[in-house]
Design a protein around this ligand. Structure first.
Ligand code: PLP
Length: 387
């Protein structure tokens, strides 16, 4: 047996990717499995992005891009942030581009947190947050939230988990898996609390534009008097349905972004060039907002249609949450969620993710971002299973 280093002592493969891989393997064996586990929008890559990528490759623009990102992409991200939040003064030096939010989150976390530090992670959480904090060898401190108030996070709840070692807080609104979206007053209070206690806030806003309520989901960049220790993370994977292109970015203080870029220069050398050309062209495209709105409204329809059916199923409860691409189902049939997910997969032929993966046993996450006919059939199987 290989003796692995302490760096990876707590490392597990991504549970969500593992279930998705298992569902795909079952499909390859010829079994009928509807995959509602992957958080992947079903839309094709928008045309301006695909055209720009092929043009860049045809023009031979395939050398190493600058480590923190192509200048045109960093300035496109700055413009996009300024146009869609109150971050009017974001500059390229505030922006680090990486191979997805995952990479930027890791780089920034690795630069800020280390042994002895504590990082607050509200639950239910995206599993990568825990893994990332473990990789920095800091300690994640899970902050359990309640179903009864829609998994609302407040400064008071955070303060109950704060110690003099608290160095960071991972926020995710709209949330994967719950779909919950933080209201502006709560976010303002949390940022003020973080400023008061010198806590770094890493705000993963990858679902910010996939919001089905009135107005728009609040970004940390919308809070004008936010403290300086704040990083907003976003990318191409969800809003633009481009997860395979692997482009994400952080908007934060230049000194931190430069350090995270130095880390990137010694690890991946940054994100793939053609993907960066594709992303810059799409962010700057006059069609950008109509493309987002087409995706968003298709998802909104899938969300409300599937919600109606799910609300009729007697052994589960479902919240009408306004963001992201998931329904988080609460089980009422006495089964553990691991068992329910296993029998749903093997008996009913539908792949879901059990709540254990998100730090909240007793729930199942399904995505409504897949194609209509698969979603309808998947939910029909879930309804049949729960009776
Ligand atoms: N953040 C959250 C909350 C996610 O759910 C996901 C993907 O599922 C990501 C980040 C991944 O982002 P990226 O594809 O940009 O690495």
């Amino acid at each position: 047996m290989i003796e692995f280093s302490n760096n990876v002592a707590r490392l597990e493969p991504s549970a969500t990717l593992a279930i998705t891989a298992r569902a795909k393997a079952m499909q390859a064996e010829g079994l009928s499995v509807i995959n509602l586990s992957a958080g992947e929008p079903s839309f094709p890559t928008p045309e301006p992005a695909a055209t720009a990528a092929t043009a860049a490759v045809a023009a031979g623009k395939t050398g190493y891009p600058p480590t923190p990102g192509l200048p045109e992409l960093r300035s496109a991200v700055a413009r996009y942030s300024a146009e869609t939040t109150a971050a009017a003064n974001a500059e390229s030096s505030n922006i680090l581009v990486g191979a997805g939010v995952k990479q930027v989150l890791f780089n920034v976390s690795y630069c800020l947190f280390g042994p002895g530090d504590e990082v607050l992670v509200p639950a239910p959480y995206w599993p990568t947050y825990l893994a990332t904090v473990h990789l920095t060898r800091a300690t994640p401190v899970v902050v359990p939230l309640d179903w009864s108030d829609g998994f609302r996070l407040t400064a008071a709840t955070l303060d109950a988990h704060r110690t003099d070692r608290t160095k960071g807080l991972l926020l995710n609104s709209p949330s994967n898996p719950s779909g919950a979206v933080m209201g502006r007053p709560d976010l303002e209070e949390i940022l003020a609390w973080a400023g008061e206690h010198d806590v770094w806030v890493l705000s993963d806003e990858i679902y910010r534009r996939l919001y089905y309520g009135k107005g728009s989901a609040t970004s940390v960049l919308d809070i004008m008097d936010r403290p300086s220790r704040v990083v907003a993370l976003d990318g191409m994977s969800k809003t633009f349905s481009m997860p395979g292109w692997r482009i994400g970015w952080g908007v934060g203080p230049p000194e931190l972004m430069a350090k995270a870029s130095a880390l990137q220069s010694q690890t991946t050398s940054g994100a793939a060039g053609p993907s960066q050309y594709a992303s810059a062209a799409l962010l700057d495209s006059p069609e950008r907002e109509s493309i987002i709105e087409n995706f968003r409204s298709a998802l909104e329809r899938r969300r409300s249609e599937s919600l109606k059916v799910l609300q009729q199923i007697s052994n589960i409860e479902v919240y009408d949450q306004p963001g992201a691409i998931y329904h988080y189902l609460r089980l009422r049939n006495g089964q553990t969620s691991v068992d329910a997910a296993e029998s749903l997969l093997t008996q009913a032929g539908v792949a879901t993710i059990p709540g254990e993966a998100f730090g909240t046993p007793g729930y199942l996450r399904i995505t409504f971002a897949g194609a209509d006919e698969l979603l309808t059939e998947g939910i029909r199987r879930i309804a049949e299973y729960f009776g």
